[in-house]
Design a protein around this ligand. Sequence first.
Ligand code: PBG
Length: 332
Amino acid sequence: MNPLELDMLSRPRRNRKSAGVRALTRETTLSASDLVLPLFFHEDPEDVAIESMPGCTRWSLEGLVKEAGEAHALGVPAVVLFPKIEESLKTGDCEECYNPEGLVPRAIRALKAAHPDLVVMTDVALDPYNADGHDGLVVDGEIINDETVAVLCKQALSQAEAGADIVAPSDMMDGRVAAIRDALDANGFQKVSICSYTAKYASAFYGPFRGALDSAPKAGDKKTYQMDPANAREALRELELDELEGADMVMVKPGGPYLDIVKSVRENTRLPVAVYQVSGEYLMIQAASAGGWLDREKVIFESLLGIKRAGADIILTYFAKEVAGKLKGLGQ
Ligand code: PBG
C-alpha cells in the first residue's frame, strides 16, 4: 500500500471521474425549452444593428417574424416583444400604447399568423410610448400609480386582442396584476396569462436596453417604483401580492447579480419563476469576450446554468437563439 494513501470513505471526485459519470450525476441542465428570446423592432423596413447592444438587432416587422421563426425552429418556445416607438408618437398620456393598429398589435398578429405555436409574450409598461420615458404617467414630476394602472389595463387588453399569449407587466406599479387580470377576464381573455415582473430592481444593468429603445427617463430615475437593490425581504412581499392578485408566473430581474432573490422566490412560491438576464449582463459577456478576456461560449452557458441552478424555470436572455442552436448541435 502506498504510504501516502489516505483512508477515506468518501471521495467526491469519484462522481467526477469521467464525462459519463458527470452526466449521470449532473443536477441541473439547460434546455432550449427554458428560454425566452427578447426581440427589439421598429416601424422602419430595415434591420438595424443596435449600437448600445453589439450583437443585437432592431428588426423590421418582416425581420422580426423571420428571427422569431428561426429561434422557434431551434426549440425556443417564446419571444418577448420590445418596440421602439417613433418620437412623434410619444406623448404624456401614452395613448399609442393601446392603439389597436400600433406597432405591437401588428407585430403580434404577424407573428401568430406565421408561427401559430410560438408563445408571444408582451411587455406591459409605458416607457416606450411616454414622452417622459417613465414606465408610468408623470404628473408634476411624480409617477402616479392608479391612473397608470388604468392605462396599463388598456395596453394589456390591446395586446390580448391582437393574440398575445402572455402579458408581462414590467412597470412595477402597485395593484396592476389584479387590475389587468380583471380587465382581461371582463373581456373574455381568461386564457391570457400574466407573467408579473415581481421583483424588478432599479438597476444600472438596464442601461444598454434603454439605448436600444431610446427609452431612458427624460428626468429623474425609476427608484420610486422599481425596487432598491439593497432589499431582499421586499421581494417576498411583492411575491405574496402578485400571487394574491392572480399572477401565473413571477419574474426576478436582473438575473446574475440577484441569484439570492431567485433562490428565495423559488423557495417561497409554487408558481413558475422566470429570470431576466438583462442587457447589462449580456453586454458584460459580449465586451469581455470581444476583448479576448473570456471564453464567450463557456461563460454564456455558465451564466445561464447559474440562473437555472438558483431556481429559474424560465430564462429571458438575448443569447436564447444562439444557445438553442448550440444545444441542438450537441444533440440536446
Ligand atoms: C421597461 C423595461 C426595461 C427592461 C425591460 N422592460 C427597462 C427599464 O425598466 O428601464 C430592461 C431589460 C434589459 O435591460 O435587458 N419597462
